[in-house]
Design a protein around this ligand. Sequence first.
Ligand SMILES: Nc1ncnc2c1ncn2[C@@H]1O[C@H](COP(=O)(O)OP(=O)(O)OP(=O)(O)O)[C@@H](O)[C@H]1O
Ligand SMILES: [Mg+2]
Length: 372
Amino acid sequence: MGLCVGKPANVAHVSSTQLTKDAINQRERKQEPRPAKTSADEGLNRPNNLKAFTLNDLKAATKNFRSENLIGEGGFGRVYKGWIDESTFAPAKPGTGLVVAVKVLKSESYQGHREWLTEVDYMGMLRHKNLVKLIGYCQEYESRLLVYEFMPKGSLENHLFRKGVEPVAWATRMHIAIDVAQGLCFLHSKEPSVIYRDLKASNILLCSEFTARLSDFGLARNGPVGDNTHVSTRVVGTSGYAAPEYVATGHLTTNNDVYSFGVVLLELLSGRRAIADERGVEETLVDWVKPFLNENRGVFRIMDTRLGGRYSKKGAQAVAALALRCLHKDPKYRPTMAEVVASLEEIMSSPKSLPEVSSLGVKPLIDLNNKF
Ligand SMILES: Nc1ncnc2c1ncn2[C@@H]1O[C@H](COP(=O)(O)OP(=O)(O)OP(=O)(O)O)[C@@H](O)[C@H]1O
Ligand SMILES: [Mg+2]
């Protein structure tokens, strides 16, 4: 789930995502305790296409949350691999039936509970090939869990940035971009629109064939209705991905997701993180990349060196130009996600988008690569 970055004025100075989230959890825990104890599913009016699991079901499915089944950890808590029967959803023997990812809310935070509720509400309602499928949930006493389809290739973050992982090919990167764009386009096309608010590489999960799906709807919100131009919200999201006008004002529109998508495009092109990691560099990827993209052929100097030059020059230039449009300072000049999907499909269908095997003859800025 996403990082809560507090009030607008605080956002630019967030240096540790985890600390900030914990701080907010602490504060909200004091002010607003989690709702009183309930037995499994009591008092919930959740979508009936979701399975209400008991805690015992999920203990059995994950072998009592055994550490060897741990597949990841985020701000919300730990994620475990588990197995359930395909038709009854009862716990199954490891290695049989349907593989699931079980997310366990880590503390008694009200914020976490609220994200859990939002996730159940949206994911119970929304079904699309580019959204991770929520199978069910568990609310039992203090425990809050979510059960998703298991995405065997894990997150895009792991594939782009983790050391020792095989580089993602150019064509695969472009397919991932289209999948993500289609997922967002679907959300924005709802009435009222659904604003995702937490697009980032760790929330883009991959199937065995590298089909990309969006996960984590804990921060999603309905967009404006009627004559309203925006929804006013507390600023949440992740530094480096959140649109500057949203960070400054808390005004939420679908354009904010378009900006975050532009950041993900830059990550796909450059293989560098949106925000500097623990080495503490202040500059964001957007700040670093923009001057290069404003110069002719500058894109070749920011391209991921792990591609070994095996990408299309024309394709990379077109994608970089699209990223710049998504990152426009003025949100009204950003394209809609429907326009983004159309542009990406056009770029991909052009024969000039096929990778070129030869070296591009432009020296990438290898020394600067270590910044992200
Ligand atoms: N459905 C899933 N299938 C496979 N792996 C998953 C699934 N859901 C999550 N994971 C793994 O668990 C990791 C943690 O996910 P989680 O959504 O809890 O945190 P995050 O996205 O890394 O951070 P944040 O809390 O800021 O959103 C992911 O990066 C991914 O590797
Ligand atoms: Mg996540």
